[in-house]
Design a protein around this ligand. Sequence first.
Ligand SMILES: [Zn+2]
Length: 318
Amino acid sequence: MSTLSTSQKQQLPADLTVFERGWLSSNNILFVGKDSTALVDTGYCTHTDQTLALVRASLKDRPLDHIINTHLHSDHCGGNAALQAAYGRTNGTVQTHIPYGLAKHVASWDDDALSYKPTGQNCPRFTFQYTMQHGDEVMLGDTNWQVHAAPGHDPHSIILFEPESRTLISADALWQNGFGVVFQELEGERAFDEVAQTLDVIERLNPQTVIPGHGSVFAGDEVTAALAVARNRLDGFVQNPPKHARYAIKVLLKYKLLELQSIPESAFIDWVKATPYFEMVRGRCFADKSMDMWVAGYIEELIAGGAARREGGLVLNV
Ligand SMILES: [Zn+2]
């Protein structure tokens, strides 16, 4: 976890704190207002103890009143269940707000539709009280924030904008150096256009400061630069969709390594074979390669790129 520099803090509204969590867990944004408190996104489930410790240390004796999820990928809502247990049953009534699009799947806990099962990720079951969609406003701390639809990385994602300070919580729609994997494209549905439209929405909002789903807060000219980087990256994917698919597979493998830290290479390959998303992408984009050759190639690429290393029979996260 890193802390913000003084200049970054000055640019942010006074009632919010950003917990920058890295890549396995999304950033969490804690609001402590006069009347209510809220947490935007809750990290991955294996980091739950750290999430609870960070929230408790900041809230001290105050309850957590609201949990907000920008979208329901496992790295953004994996702490929901533990926070609901800590601040719901025993300590008041935390209210959870999720994007409207997946509400029925959360209600019935369909972990296929929620992506956890096909991608081999974990997310403890949680409940919700409210849904959010484009045009809504949510009170975070002392201020109303606008809810904007942000399809592309995830068709149901929302982003949050506060017009007075021009602060944007951009989730995985815009990072300082790109944006999240466009999952629908891997599944055979067109979504690169939606990524572009969401970048246009962000440009029109004209944020001064962006709090991304992963990585550091950025502001001013850095926002303009980030939009240019994202558009350039998107253009590369549009011109060459297999490039996006290869990037996505490496992201999913690295994500598992971040979770496990080390795994016997044979078990890693077995996990890939047992995780349906990989076979779906191979069959759709790389059907000329056998599964074993295909996976082995990616592991070599991760090692060559410095994202993993091999020791004995183990593959280790770097
Ligand atoms: Zn995501």
